[in-house]
Ligand binder design. Structure first.
Ligand code: ADP
Ligand code: MG
Length: 346
């Protein structure tokens, strides 16, 4: 049977799978629903996400990469296996109709903060999920390649990939990361700030998904000129226990998000301070490139530009930059040997 070359962006919130020559075939949440007692996997991806906050006591919806570390090897493996099978599946025939286990070559983007042990765990997960060869590439590198930046050149290139669980900041030159940092502060933290704000300011309890919707609807990091923009937030009154809804302005939400936004900006500034002078000169000229869903927060680019005094560019379609970078590596095996990747044959 046909085995594809596939690129996987194993994100803390979203997993994307690209098949060489076919494009991005899977974009699903990095969520696995498991039975608490038996640890049996009940659902994966979109189906599992629908269960978050709605699970009966016996079922747990797990985000195995929530903080950029692999909290649970078995669920990560189950997820990788499912996605690898899914892209090989012929529509119309069932999931289990595959005549043979697919043996693809896989390039996986992983957070740069993962330890050597976790790295091996992802590689083993790919191999035991059926991959014939598995290569790991650090997300900032994949993001830079996906944004078509000259990673192999003797020039400094800076990328900031703001995902859900982690913000990856890196300066790349000659195919390697010269300085980098993985902050455990990103989109999830912004959602939590909204939850806290609603609780403290309005005595109201809201769920994670509501908080994320509010962030995407009216969240910002810099005055947008549309501060009268407002949204209705629904939740539960902590005092009465009854449903409650409140109208919240964009300015209030920006206030709620500001300390987390400041932490991300400080992370960028720290990396700039650690960057060798020659490379810094290149970055001053070229600017900083943003990727990841968090880079879509309104005005984040403006705020970063103001604080760093550098040009800031948001990658086109920032949610797919990493997986497209993984795909680029599959197309160009020369690149695979030049950029630092770990892994290989079994
Ligand atoms: P990861 O790579 O960690 O899986 P992603 O790059 O897929 O993360 O980004 C997911 C994060 O981006 C989530 O926290 C999500 O809320 C956030 N996000 C997506 N779209 C927007 C938007 N328009 N504005 C602000 N945040 C967004
Ligand atoms: Mg990511």
């Amino acid at each position: 049977m046909l085995s594809f070359d596939i690129g996987i962006d194993l994100g803390t919130v979203n997993t994307l799978v690209l098949v060489k020559g076919k494009g991005i075939l899977i974009r699903e949440p990095t969520v696995v629903a498991i039975h608490k007692k038996t640890r049996q996997v009940l659902a994966i991806g979109s189906e599992a996400k629908r269960m978050i906050g709605r699970t009966p006591a016996a079922i747990e919806a797990v985000r195995p990469l929530r903080d950029g570390v692999i909290s649970d090897f078995d669920t990560t493996e189950a997820m990788l296996r499912y996605f690898i099978y899914k892209v090989h599946n012929t529509p119309g025939k069932g999931f289990f109709s595959l005549p043979k286990i697919p043996r693809p070559r896989v390039v996986v983007g992983i957070p740069s903060g993962v330890t050597e042990v976790e790295r091996r765990a992802v590689q083993d997960a790919c191999l035991s999920a059926g991959a014939r060869e598995a290569y790991l590439i650090e997300e900032p590198m994949a993001a830079a390649i996906g944004a078509k930046l000259p990673v192999e050149a003797p020039e400094g290139v800076m990328v900031v990939d703001i995902g859900g669980g982690t913000t990856e900041i890196a300066v790349i030159s000659l195919g390697g990361m010269v300085v980098n940092k993985s902050l455990r502060v990103a989109g999830d933290e912004l959602d939590e700030e909204i939850i806290n704000y609603m609780r403290v300011r309005y005595g109201m309890l809201i769920g994670e998904r509501t908080a994320e919707d509010v962030k995407i609807d009216v969240g910002s990091a810099y005055p947008t000129g549309k501060d009268d923009m407002a949204t209705v937030v629904r939740g539960r009154d902590l005092a009465t226990g009854l449903p409650k809804s409140i109208k919240i302005s964009a300015a209030e939400i920006r206030e709620a998000l500001s300390s987390t936004v400041t932490q991300i900006i400080s992370g960028v500034q720290e990396i700039l301070e650690e960057t060798p002078p020659e490379l810094l000169t290149d970055i001053v000229e070229r600017g900083i490139f943003l990727a990841g869903g968090g880079s879509l927060l309104r005005g984040l680019d403006k705020r970063l530009a103001e604080e760093t005094k550098l040009p800031i560019y948001v990658a086109t379609d920032p949610l797919t930059t990493v997986v497209r970078g993984c795909g680029e590596v599959l197309n160009n095996l020369d690149l695979l040997s030049k950029v630092k990747v770990t892994g290989g044959l079994r």
